[in-house]
Write a protein that binds this ligand. Structure first.
Ligand SMILES: Cc1cc2nc3c(=O)[nH]c(=O)nc-3n(C[C@H](O)[C@H](O)[C@H](O)COP(=O)(O)OP(=O)(O)OC[C@H]3O[C@@H](n4cnc5c(N)ncnc54)[C@H](O)[C@@H]3O)c2cc1C
Length: 524
């Protein structure tokens, strides 16, 4: 479904440019400035947005360094490009699109980035709001039982359930699709999925989605440009229906006057200056990815939120270059895909005229005798009439890893896609699809596609690199507040809700209990 793109050579050149590696000519002409602040957050996705707001509300001067640009929804409804007419806005610094069909585009600081790995490719968002700009809005809390299959007991699920998931929910305000919208022609594929799951006696329910359904109604009546109703999700949503983080957590942080977001700032190096101070080097780029200035910041508290891949790469580089010497050898380890696999179900009936989204329902097969799993129907633009696409997620073991490649000065990703556990998970998914298919006379269009994930997790995980409150071992003032903290799976759910809830828990602990903690006092 997600096509593999061979653009390694291009990436090496362009990433080297944006990472500021081997670009001495640009460096020579770049200006250099020094900024000292109390706290720096690197990345503005789920972990970064939560950290920024809570720091700013506590009165702490905070700078947020984000590699991507800011996206403002225009009244004309043309902020983002569409699947039918993709351009540079779709993709992060690439000469072609990287999802669905490979189309030539202008090189631009667009939304969707790909990390090509050995065993799996990873999709991730770039821009102020991170993954929330490209995501389906699924806001999904794991069950207690599943949670402890993926997380250690040092994280109290009941506390998350009581305090931190509700805290995130109070800001994002996700809700299930209202029936009047579900019954429109745009959501035929979603209705088909819900009906077929029920017919197969599978437990199926509506998901909470981080979207403004009133704006979706305006799409239906023609007051807003069609976006959600025609499944335009992964290149952004022009109607403004998606509640991306720039419109809640991040704007709230900026409104305090204490947090400043600097878009188009690519962090290249982090370094400990002394046990209580860090130096951060970044390249300011223009929208075409050219470095226009190099900047250096220092801070007392450093929050890494560049996503599983981005944060782990920064840590690996710092460790290799001797800039964070006390990081342990587990950096890069315990990485996983959340079990992502895409399937396409051929039905006997119709599924179009459109694949309304961004998402609607989920099959929960937690009692599957092989392994617990979920299946969510999602809109995919390349799905033809009579077919709907679905994403399975399970509890993968964190068997993957990122290692530092000294020649490219970036991280190499390895995922053992055929490991025993991954084969077991694949069998579990197939057995649930078989139940669906037998009850409905449907079939899978092709083998399940495990070749890519949109849910990279791990690399600086709880219990090995961090304590349970996201503090890096050996560095009491360094925090890993994003997906890098999570050992490979959010327990049969999409990860953003759990990332945000864990970040809320971290910030509570930091602000109320542990601002001046010593390493020897850290609970692990
Ligand atoms: C197409 C798609 C659909 C998805 N749908 C869902 C969904 O419906 N529900 C769900 O829960 N999850 C979904 N996800 C996954 C979700 O987006 C991620 O799990 C989540 O965004 C991860 O949060 P994070 O804080 O770890 O990092 P991110 O949200 O990835 O944020 C990291 C940020 O850091 C920035 N950054 C990276 N490197 C640097 C650097 N060197 N310097 C400065 N900035 C940097 C990036 O540009 C980015 O903005 C989806 C993902 C994709 C790609």
């Amino acid at each position: 479904m997600f096509r593999r793109i061979n653009r390694r050579r291009f990436l090496q050149t362009s990433l080297a440019a944006t990472a500021g590696l081997g670009v001495s000519a640009i460096r020579a002409s770049a200006s250099n400035s020094e900024n000292n602040v109390e706290a720096i957050v690197i990345g503005s996705g789920f972990g970064g947005a939560v950290a920024s707001l809570r720091l700013a509300q506590a009165g702490i001067e905070t700078i947020v360094l984000e590699r991507g640009r800011r996206w403002v929804i225009s009244d004309a409804g043309d902020t983002f490009c569409t699947y039918e007419k993709p351009d540079g806005r779709s993709t992060w610094l690439s000469p072609t699109t990287v999802v669905f069909n490979q189309v030539p585009i202008d090189v631009y600081t667009g939304l969707l980035d790909i990390k090509i790995g050995n065993g799996v490719n990873v999709y991730r968002g770039a821009g102020v709001g991170g993954g929330s700009l490209v995501y389906n809005g699924v806001t999904y809390q794991p069950t207690r039982e599943n949670f402890y299959k993926a997380f250690p007991r040092s994280i109290d699920y009941d506390e998350l359930d009581r305090i931190y998931y509700p805290r995130v929910r109070s800001i994002l305000k996700p809700s299930p699709i209202p029936d009047d919208i579900l019954q429109t022609k745009y959501y035929l594929a979603a209705r088909t999925f819900l009906e077929q799951a029920a017919k197969a006696n599978l437990k199926v329910s509506k998901l909470d989605i981080n979207i403004d359904w009133d704006i979706v109604r305006q799409e239906i009546t023609g007051q807003k440009v069609p976006s959600a109703i025609i499944g335009q999700v992964y290149y952004g949503m022009n109607s403004g229906a998606k509640n991306s983080l720039d419109r809640n957590y991040l704007s709230m942080a900026e409104a305090t006057g204490k947090a400043k977001i600097l878009p188009l700032h690519v962090v290249t190096e982090i370094e400990e200056l002394n046990p209580r101070r860090f130096q951060i080097v970044c390249n300011q780029i223009n929208e075409q990815g050219t470095v226009v200035a190099q900047k250096t910041f220092t801070c007392r508290y450093l929050f890494l939120a560049a996503g599983s891949i981005g944060t782990t790469e920064l840590l690996l580089r710092a460790k290799y270059n001797g800039k964070l010497r006390r990081l342990n050898d587990n950096v890069g380890m315990f990485w996983g895909t959340n079990g992502d696999a895409v399937g396409a179900v051929i039905t006997a009936g119709q599924t179009n005229p459109t694949q309304g989204g961004p998402a609607v329902g989920v099959i929960e097969d937690f009692d599957n005798p092989i392994a617990p799993l979920v299946i969510e129907q999602l809109p995919f633009p390349i799905v033809p009439e009579g077919i709907y696409a679905a994403l399975s997620q399970g509890i993968t073991l964190p068997e993957g890893k990122l290692t530092y490649n000294t020649s490219t000065q970036s991280a190499d990703l390895f995922w053992p896609k055929d490991s025993e556990n991954n084969q077991k998970i694949a069998q579990a998914y197939l057995s649930t699809y078989q139940r669906l298919n037998q009850a409905n006379n449907t079939t899978l269009a092709q083998a399940l596609d495990f070749s890519s994930t949109a849910h990279p997790l791990g690399g600086a995980v709880v219990g090995s690199v961090c304590n349970s409150y996201m503090r890096a071992r050996g560095y009491p003032n360094l925090f890993i507040v994003d997906g890098a903290f999570i050992p490979g799976s959010t327990a049969c759910t999409n990860p953003s809700f759990t990332i945000a809830a864990l970040a809320e828990r971290c910030m509570d602990n930091f602000l109320n209990k542990g601002r001046n903690m010593k390493d020897e006092d850290m609970e692990l």
